[in-house]
Design a protein around this ligand. Structure first.
Ligand code: ZN
Ligand code: ZN
Length: 160
């Protein structure tokens, strides 16, 4: 019988703190809280406005100023730990799902934003006819329409 001796693990650093550290930016309590909030929203495919981030961060760590939230969001974006989405006519939305080049569906009626994975198949405008010398590494695509519940509640169109 072999006994395995496990050394006591060092106090676990939160995943968010680890990500800040490996991104090479200063690890601060508000930044950890902002990243935690975005990470919690991620499995639910939520895209959070700065106001929502502020509300949730405040619930988590207490006082933080609006400017403080923006400062954190800016630092996280610069470190490529979050992605900003700016649908026309809406406040900017933030998410921590980065580096997978996913796209978004936006409902024109209720502003619901949904993630979709990379566009498949041929779509005329996803491959530029000319890149003007640019080395293209990302295409940002936003599909606009009606979400299922808005589509269901909008008046049915009479068909001849
Ligand atoms: Zn909708
Ligand atoms: Zn997204």
């Amino acid at each position: 019988m072999t006994a395995h001796v496990h050394e006591a693990a060092p106090a676990a650093e939160s995943a968010s703190a680890g990500r800040l550290r490996s991104a090479g930016i200063r690890v601060t309590k508000p930044r950890i809280a902002v990243l935690d909030v975005l990470e919690e929203a991620r499995p639910r495919h939520e895209h959070l406005s700065a106001a929502t981030v502020e509300e949730r961060v405040r619930a988590r760590i207490g006082a933080i100023s609006t400017q403080g939230v923006y400062d954190c969001l800016e630092a996280l974006e610069a470190a490529h730990l979050l992605r900003t989405l700016e649908p026309a006519g809406q406040p900017a939305l933030y998410e921590s799902r980065v580096n997978d080049n996913h796209h978004h569906l936006v409902c024109r009626s209720c502003n619901l934003v949904t993630d979709i994975d990379c566009v498949v198949g041929e779509s005329a405008c996803l491959t530029p006819s000319s890149t003007n010398g640019f080395v293209v590494d990302e295409a940002e695509v936003t599909f606009w329409g009606l979400c299922p519940s808005c589509a269901a509640s909008s008046a049915p169109v009479a068909r001849p």
